[in-house]
Ligand binder design. Sequence first.
Ligand code: GLU
Length: 481
Amino acid sequence: MVRVRFAPSPTGYLHLGNARTALFNYIFARHEGGKLVLRIEDTDKERSKKEYEDMLIDDLKWLGIEWDEGPDVGGEYGPYRQSERTHIYNEYLEKLKQSGHVYKCYCTPEELEEERKKALAEGRPPRYSGKCRNLTEEERKELEEEGKSYVWRFRVPDGETIVFEDLIKGVVEINVNEFGDFVIVRSDGSPVYNFVVVVDDALMKISHVIRGEDHLSNTPKQILIYRALGFPEPKFAHLPIILGEDRSKLSKRHGAVSVRAFRDEGYVSEAMFNGLALLGWHPKRDSEVILKDEIIKEFDIRDIHNAPAVFDRAKLKWLNGVYIREILDLDDLTNRAIPFFKKFGYEADFDYYKKVMEAIRDSIEVLNDIKERAYPFFVDEYDFDEDAIAFIKENQNSLNVIKAFYEKVKETPALDKQTFKRLTKEIQKQLKVKGKQLFMPIRIALTGKTSGVDIATLVEIIGKDRVLKRLERAIDYLSKV
Ligand code: GLU
């Protein structure tokens, strides 16, 4: 039975790296017919916040990731928040004490820092000297009577090489001398990540640990704990690091990296899902546009590249445009766009929004583009920009075209695309103007700009009365420039 988990720490927004980890866990679980567990790793009491947990859950759901067990849905292997599992960790610490796998270390942070500096200066990997490893009962008693506090260290078998087969990295070998005896419980009694993650993964029956490559160096420590506790070891898969376009580790310096920021900019979740899946994986087909269900069907964890994934922001934006233009159903797209219309102060009813979306969907890449592209459908009192004014000044017939158009609109019972075409044809004949000379003045009069939406569509959507009002205002303003 495949059981995987996504184990975020609720210390901030869900960023692209973690979202991709969640995504691959989800895709793998669904592909294999297994289960996905959401576990909240909130052992860092200072930095963990319930608001962050709520936001993580909200962003994951938005992305279309569903889990079978977790703090919000429960499950057989809960609790799913580490802060609620302290009694379990104590129980397993007890087992490690009994079996002699851990010992008390009384070294102070200052002493350890001193040792670390010395090792670095001598060109050795810094690791614990083992000073407290073989203290006698007597010596311990003495130190405790002096009021010294202690941590619990894991007794690492000297010189052993830990070997495991990573599903992405291949065979990984790490000699324990690279790290030495490590802390598993801090002096305040709080257990450390490497310890609790093993207890949780084992008790939650996790079969595959899929996580970021930054955890690769933790894996041998965790394997030692699995062995010490007699737990079966899961399979490991470490996802490649994500780089920015300058090939340095992706970070805030590269611009928005939180899923929330992309949501706010008007990325649609399907494009985000598709885009995140491409960070380390590629569909067999030529096209990179691939829907969730197809990704799940095609996915094989062994196809994940063992090379850094470069995050291509422009490609994600392009992909989003594809979903907006070609993939999403118009009603659905409109519903998602409504919060954006409202954000920009564009008020209307659903049917009107839908008509506008139909008119502009081909020309936007993110829903934030609505601000610019949709304004002619909502704003009647726009400014005339420099280019527009220059055109009017340079093309003397412009005002006559606008006036003629105004007279004709006034006479028509209603304005639709066909009527618009007929009216402009009539003006063409009457004033002997065509092309740009004919259409640009009308565009400028109705939008204040020299480019933008299709004008026939615009007049049909805003209707005769608004067209007339705009034309009156434009004639008045443009005759004075
Ligand atoms: N809480 C850890 C993190 O957010 C999880 C690491 C793991 O998956 O083992 O990096």
